[in-house]
Design a protein around this ligand. Sequence first.
Ligand SMILES: O=C(O)CCC(=O)C(=O)O
Length: 208
Amino acid sequence: MSLEQLKRDFDRDGYVVLRGFLSRDELEELRVRAAGCLSEARRSEEYPGVVKNLNGIDPWFEDQLQRGKQAELISALLEAELEPASAGCFERIPGESSGIRPHIDAIGRRRRGATAWIALDRADRENGCLFYVKGTHRQDLPSVVGLEGFGTESEGAVAVEVEPGDATIHNSRTVHWSEANRSERPRQAITYFYWAASCEGDAATDNV
Ligand SMILES: O=C(O)CCC(=O)C(=O)O
């Protein structure tokens, strides 16, 4: 798909899906690097499947955050210089009882940014794929986890089923969530989060 088409879709829906974003070798390297970090990382009680700041654990992730191929693409989609924020791992743990409730990634008045979410495993409805709600990046929603009124039946809600090496990019204002992993299969993804460099505390300049 051309960059123009991707940008049209991103502006209209608030996310895009990039099939086959990573080559087999790139995916393998990402898996090995992620496994190395996860063995060292501390987990929170509330979200045991989430490990933030991979870039603080392994400089390889800092380099990817700064220069990985998702960075150039996100810069083009947001039409902005980027301020790389963090790399993380999101795992839906087999047999867990809950996922991550509907939320946006924007924080307070800091609204312009985007996340690349790269699948290490197949993700589907059974093992906790991402859900997006199309067009919600145009709403002015609060930065809370557990946004009221959003769910799989919402108008515009889409389950994004992907294969290993596929990626999605979502606007920091797009509502998204994942359900519990009801399967016995793993579901890991690596994320790279960016702010648009010009956006600090300046919601008035937001043009998304
Ligand atoms: O991967 C998931 O389960 C949720 C990801 C997410 O909430 C995010 O990237 O902000």
